[in-house]
Design a protein around this ligand. Sequence first.
Ligand code: FPP
Length: 248
Amino acid sequence: MDLKQSINKNNIPQHIAIVMDGNGRWAKQHGEDRIFGHHEGVNSVREIVEACGEIGVKYLTLYAFSTENWNRPKDEVDSLMELLVSTISMETPNLNKKGVKLQAIGDIKSLPESCQRELQESIDITSKNDTVTLILALSYSSKWEITNAVQQIAKQVEAGKLKASEITAKHIEQNLTTSKFPDPELMIRTSGEHRISNFLLWQLAYTEFYFTDILWPDFRKDEFFKAIISFQSRERRFGKTSEQISTN
Ligand code: FPP
């Protein structure tokens, strides 16, 4: 069956967020070092970005490196940073050709300078594109992001620009690193883990979750299309009743 043909083109999530998990286990299964799994994971990234362009997903956020990932063995952290630099550098012409705009969220200043430079260059080169916005979450965690937002808002209160009683959800959203993007409608996590792991805690308030046992390096277009078909079979109620939804 051609899964792509089964997708309803009128109900494509405009923003999908993915926790790309299972690279290490995939490498182990293949008798290789963990970094081999991350390298293979880049091939999945390429396919999924391409698939987004094919079916009209406008935003794709990938959890590429969490705040907690800094605690991994130094060798693995260094290899991941090198992989990021080489991947961004090598893939930018391809992203540009496909109309992909690159963006990043997270504590970007904590990344090695070479990584920041490569990232900024690619963001600049692809800034005019509008087919798909690819958002890399790098040195990202929600608790870091929300703490930052609270500090920014507290500064406005201290400066007398805002009263504490006037703070709304809008103020918080405006101070998150995702303020330019809509909330994801679908969050996918691979490798059989059923956790959020400090990822977009605020933004996923009404998001549909899709969990699969497939390891990230094996998560290719058809697996992605299955996730979208699953999303399309769900009724999103946003706290309302089923009857309210069907009469809207
Ligand atoms: C989780 O698998 C994966 C990561 C922490 C890194 C993901 C990074 C990539 C796929 C490279 C991305 C590159 C770009 C340019 C976006 P794991 O190591 O936790 O796997 P395990 O749970 O099996 O050990």
